[in-house]
Write a protein that binds this ligand. Structure first.
Ligand SMILES: [Fe+2]
Length: 211
């Protein structure tokens, strides 16, 4: 099973002998996890990620190194942007946007930062389930991912771990599936941060294809 070098947190084994990662280990992938002030929410976000990592890839699970090597999006072609980097970029963009909004308007814009950061970190938590590897080891959208895209599997997984509705809403509405819904303030912020990265990735992919 996967191991993280230098880990200090006790790695627990659950009944089926699957490794379970805690806040310390998940924060190695996603440092913004530590910015969630509510300890219980922080731990729940880590637990959701732990389950996604250990049960994804068609049930085979991912090592941290494998996850770090996954491309940001399978839709953008040959670009050197990684999935983990994208999540960290979005979480940091969300915090920066919240800072700007809170200092730009006389009317107070109510932003629930813990929900915003948790949503940013969990919006794509279904992707380790959506993605699989083909016989050559290439990362592809697996059968389950074709049936259930990551906003849906992400909500299902997060609900299991007691993630609050405000955060489930961000996961559910962050992508085009949420276009028919009225997004919350936190979801609007994440949705746009997400598409800043995505649109740039698509442009870079187009440029790379022309070369
Ligand atoms: Fe997404």
């Amino acid at each position: 099973m996967t191991k993280v070098s230098g880990e200090t947190e006790v790695t627990t084994m659950i009944a089926n002998q699957r490794t379970s990662y805690g806040v310390t280990q998940i924060a190695q992938l996603f440092p913004s996890l530590r910015k969630i002030k509510d300890k219980s929410l922080r731990e729940r976000v880590a637990a959701v990620w732990s389950e996604a990592i250990t049960t994804g890839c068609g049930g085979k699970g991912w090592t941290f190194d494998e996850l770090r090597a996954v491309k940001f999006t399978l839709l953008a072609g040959d670009i050197d942007m990684k999935f983990v980097e994208h999540l960290n970029s979005c979480a940091r963009q969300c915090i920066a946007i919240a800072d700007v909004l809170e200092n730009s308007f006389r009317c107070r814009i109510p932003i629930q930062r813990d929900h915003l950061i948790a949503g940013a970190l969990l919006a794509d938590v279904g992707k380790p389930l959506e993605y699989d590897k083909d016989a050559s080891g290439k990362v592809i959208q697996g059968k389950f991912g074709q049936q259930v895209r990551h906003p849906f599997s992400g909500v299902a997984l997060a609900y299991k771990h007691g993630i609050p509705g405000e955060v489930l809403h961000i996961i559910a509405t962050h992508s085009h599936e949420g276009d028919k819904m009225e997004r919350s303030i936190e979801s609007i912020i994440f949705h746009h941060a997400d598409f800043v990265d995505f649109d740039i990735a698509k442009l870079l992919g187009k440029r790379a294809a022309k070369k």
